[in-house]
Design a protein around this ligand. Structure first.
Ligand code: TXA
Ligand code: MG
Length: 312
């Protein structure tokens, strides 16, 4: 766990323009001072991330977010319902301090107030907004444990450790630019949870991979080295298996990980990225994935697996 001294040291590094891997409730983030273009450039260089893909800006509170973005009544309602928490809101940018590189030159900004106590302490200690994409090499599986960050970056990036990320899947991204709220990325805040607040969400319509509006929504993402076979029911030679509940067609001799023996999709989401990384490390011919539920948090799990399986 991160001590106050470790948090103070990380805040010092961030203020100096260095990167720090920080825990959030969703996945680990590769954080930099969002107001420092040189520091933000380090994120793109370290991740190997295309510079047209904007970063999520993490702030300590809704109050702080309103200094950077214009919140429509619906955006405000979402923020009040789900912040701090695993929700990113895309709003018109009205601030003056965020590096244009972090926003990929867009007139909008993606803002999130993380709930993780260490992320909150770090934001308080450094006193600046933090740009933080997931702490993995670009296009690969997100990091939910410090060991995943070390596997991708070695000792290049200092890590503020805090155990496994509790949610395990990235934040829900909602565009609030029009009168309709648009789901840009399914995540831990489900359409059902949003509907329960009386808000209507346009269905998830991933924009074109080349669209500057959601440049991160590239078809191939979260990709392990091995090909991924979805809705698999038959074993093929050399496959490793990702199973769920009692649905387990894996051969006894094949490597397999059950995302949730009790068929709990929340547990499955929290285990997903670690399981993909673990199975991939066995160099299988493919990672075979049994059919999974697609409602609730299953929508986000299905989204990540579809991208993991997309042609590269
Ligand atoms: O849970 C999370 O959101 C994690 C943790 C670290 O907070 N972060 C994360 O960041 O998943 P990243 O960079 O892996 O994904 C950010 C996504 C990208 O798809 C990007 O295109 C989108 O957010 N995004 C950021 N700003 C945007 C904007 N102004 N308009 C549209 N999409 C935006
Ligand atoms: Mg990512």
């Amino acid at each position: 766990m991160s001590t106050p001294a470790a948090i103070a040291h990380a805040a010092h590094l961030l203020r100096q323009g260095q990167l720090v891997a920080m825990p959030t409730e969703t996945v680990y983030g590769l954080a930099a001072d969002a107001t420092n273009t040189t520091a933000v450039a380090r994120i793109y260089a370290t991740k190997g991330r295309p510079a047209f893909n904007p970063l999520i800006i993490h702030v300590p509170s809704y109050q702080a977010a309103t200094e950077l973005g214009a919140f429509s009544p619906a955006a405000q309602q979402l923020a009040e319902a789900f912040w701090p928490g695993p929700l990113t809101l895309v709003v018109p940018y009205i601030g003056t301090t965020i590096s244009p590189l972090a926003r990929a030159g867009l007139a909008t900004v993606g803002l999130r107030v993380p709930a993780h106590p260490v992320a909150q302490e770090l934001l308080a200690a450094c006193g600046c907004p933090l740009a933080a994409p997931s702490a993995n090499r670009s296009g690969q599986v997100s990091a939910t444990l410090p060991a995943h960050i070390e596997a991708d970056f070695g000792t290049e990036v200092p890590i503020l450790p805090a155990g496994p990320s509790p949610v395990g899947i990235e934040s829900t991204i909602i565009s609030t630019l029009n009168t309709t709220l648009t789901l840009l990325r399914p995540g831990a805040i489900t359409p059902e949870a949003i509907a329960a607040r009386g808000l209507t969400l346009a269905p998830h319509t991933p924009l074109s991979p080349t669209s500057p509006l959601a440049p991160g929504q590239l078809a191939s993402h979260y990709a392990p080295r091995a090909p991924v076979r979805l809705n698999a029911t038959q074993h093929e030679a050399g496959n490793a298996w990702l199973t769920f509940g009692t649905h387990n067609p894996a051969l006894a001799s094949a490597p397999s990980i059950n995302l949730s023996p009790t068929a709990d999709i929340t547990e499955a989401a929290s285990n997903l990225f670690a399981a993909l990384r673990e199975l991939d490390s066995r160099n299988p011919t493919a990672i075979a994935v049994v059919p999974l539920p697609t409602h609730g948090l299953g929508l986000a799990v299905a989204d990540r697996l579809t991208r993991a399986a997309a042609p590269r």
